[in-house]
Write a protein that binds this ligand. Structure first.
Ligand SMILES: Nc1ncnc2c1ncn2[C@@H]1O[C@H](COP(=O)(O)OP(=O)(O)O)[C@@H](O)[C@H]1O
Ligand SMILES: [Mg+2]
Length: 263
């Protein structure tokens, strides 16, 4: 996933700007920011749900899988049938035996085989979250976005779900982008890449850090992730990075009208 959001405005207010993402296939990544900085806005841009100034390199990425924060499952369906129909829906050309193979492999990777014949309504919160992720894995897309996948889950359940997704990312070369405003230290270590967003002095969301979780605390000279959040919300300090990666020519190209994305 390669994208550059030069600016996203709602009415005349700029919400986010100068956000570059260059996330390699098979990366288990996290976008971390306090509430209100513009995480959902960024996701909506990357998903092509809203107009912005900038570009997404591979436009196919616009039809991307997205796990909503709230559950959107039919509680009266069996787990295996629910995932099977999601597979069929995503790939209309697949015959039933192909679709069942794919269903079983998704159920296995999300550790749902032991409950495959249960009704979704009878599952625990963590298992229901797994079914929801399984639905998104059925889509033939490279990137899966998840908005707060650990909301409402206990720390161990959340950690195990995250580890399983990390494994799928690496094994199947799928890219996971996890949106989070509340990262446990243990979960943070699972990510290959962490992008921290913060508001700059003009109250516009931008990138404050993009790198490995191991270097994150040191970069902010912080003791914990709470410390990092305290620092990036201090209004008198601007932690946002200016956009330095693009060549002059690429920067001037950003002004070209056809690079605006619309849908
Ligand atoms: N559709 C919209 N119209 C106007 N303002 C919006 C809209 N969506 C979000 N915003 C504003 O953008 C800012 C960032 O919101 P959001 O992207 O939801 O942040 P986060 O997901 O990080 O909590 C907020 O100030 C919010 O009020
Ligand atoms: Mg949000």
């Amino acid at each position: 996933m390669e994208a550059y959001i030069r600016k996203k405005q709602y009415n005349t207010k700029t919400i986010i700007q100068d956000i570059e993402l260059d996330i390699e296939d098979g990366t288990f990544a996290c976008v971390l920011a306090p509430s209100g900085v513009g995480k959902t806005t960024l996701m909506n841009c990357l998903l092509g749900r809203t107009r912005f100034k900038g570009w997404i390199k591979n436009k196919k990425e616009r039809c991307t899988a997205y796990v909503e924060q709230h559950l959107t499952l039919n509680v009266n369906e069996k787990v295996c049938e629910s995932v099977f129909y999601a597979v069929k829906y995503s790939n209309l050309k697949a015959d039933d035996s192909m679709a069942w193979n794919k269903t079983n492999s998704i159920l296995k990777s999300m550790k749902l085989l032991p409950v495959k014949d249960q009704l979704i309504g009878s599952l625990s919160g963590g298992q229901q979250r797994r079914v929801q992720i399984a639905h998104e894995l059925s889509k033939l897309t490279q990137t899966v976005f998840l908005d707060e996948p650990d909301s409402g889950l206990d720390c161990a359940t959340s950690y195990h779900i995250m580890s399983d997704m990390r494994e799928i990312a690496h094994k199947e070369k799928k890219t996971f982008i996890i949106i989070s405003h509340n990262a446990l230290q243990e979960n943070l270590r699972l990510y290959d890449e962490v992008v921290v967003l913060a508001k700059n002095t003009s109250e516009i969301g931008s990138v404050a850090y993009d790198g490995s979780p191991q270097k994150l605390l040191k970069y902010f000279k912080a003791k914990s992730i709470i410390d990092v959040f305290d620092k990036i919300t201090e209004s008198n300090i601007d932690y946002c990075l200016t956009f330095q990666h693009l060549t002059k020519k690429e920067k001037s190209n950003l002004k070209v009208k056809d690079m605006y994305i619309d849908r």
